[in-house]
Design a protein around this ligand. Sequence first.
Ligand code: F0G
Length: 446
Amino acid sequence: MNETPFSTIVEPFRIKAVEPIPFTTQAERRELLGRAGYNLFKIAAQKVTIDLLTDLGTGAMSDRQWASLLSGDESYAGSRSYEHFETIVRRLTGYRHILPTHQGRAAERILFEAVVKPGDVVPNNTHFDTTRANLEHVGGVAHDIPVGSTDAFGGNMDIAALEQALTGPQRIPLVMVTLTNNAAGGQPVSLENLKAVRALCDRYKVPLFLDAARFAENAWLIRRREAGQGERSPAEIAHEMFALADGCTLSAKKDGIVNIGGILATNREDWAERFSTLLILTEGFPTYGGLAGRDLEAIGVGLEEALDPDYLRYREATVAYLARGIREAGLPIVEPPGGHAVFIDAARALPHIPPEQLPAQALSVELFLEGGVRTVEIGTLMFGDAARHELVRLALPRRVYTASHVDWVIETAQRIAKRLDRIPGYRIVKEPPLLRHFAATLEPLV
Ligand code: F0G
């Protein structure tokens, strides 16, 4: 496909198994919303026509991945599947010690429990919410230092802020960089930025870890956007990214294209030993972690497939196609679109709804009501007063939806765009003390 003269970018697969999607009437959806307290996490997936809630664990495995499941070796210790997994992860990352975990947050929990003491500070371009929660759980302090721009590498870390943190009074057990920066619109981090972070970590002798959940998308966007990288393979770029760090946490439910799985890997001998002990305590023996042998086989295949340039070209094109459609419908989005999702700026789309009336949730509810499209609010409902933006994330599961599914989402946005000024704000009727967005009950202010 690399040499094709065609300008159309098609899905680089054909469909071998299908899963019906439900269609509902608007009256049904209105009733469902009422019963769910206008909280989309409480809507049954069986009532969602297009589900863009998350790209976590929602991807479609390939025929090779499904076939690999049968060759899973379920031995407690020293399984052949672990050897396959280890070989592939080592080839990709270069790290010496490779541990499977059940998902990304398990790797985060073990990492922080092993190396963070109460009061320690961890700088990160932006902690994802599970990363922050796991760090705070052991008494650490999450220090977000995104570059805060919307250029081609809006995911970058603020280098001056990093140096300031490293020369400050607090102990910094490690620095983390999240690739791509999910909380900043799925924006990539450049190699240049990663090298600058590495240089500072070397100077101040602090280890660097990657949160590499979307490593393949980050590598692809480096190839597409960074000067001098256009001829390199995504695998080569990914390898360089990993080589700049001392280890990584990785949720395989994203760029591993599996429904469950994670990785904790490092070159540091001393830390690896501590990780193994904690892994055995709650996840499992180091040659299977929190997974079955067959899962390890599927992750290995998925990690390689995620670096296929044809796949990544299609992935980027799908996100860009959705972004163009939403933008042309008249809804403002975070620009440029990142690697896995389109983020609608609800504060600009609904200027008549103040933050305390949850504009992004209002828009998210409307997308479901109009077209059965499920998205997630990333704004005041999720973060309370600490919210920096009012965004609606439309995350694209990997290899699941075709271009006409995306057209459906765009048509939904077009229909809503005609009546933005009539969309009501919401108020919270009931909320739990923690992670309120998952369980809160709301009502419209009409
Ligand atoms: N790091 C990043 C950057 C993530 O986006 C996520 C999950 C995790 C770590 C945690 O990994 O879920 O396998 O334990 N992100 C999901 C999302 C929940 O919807 O963006 P996990």
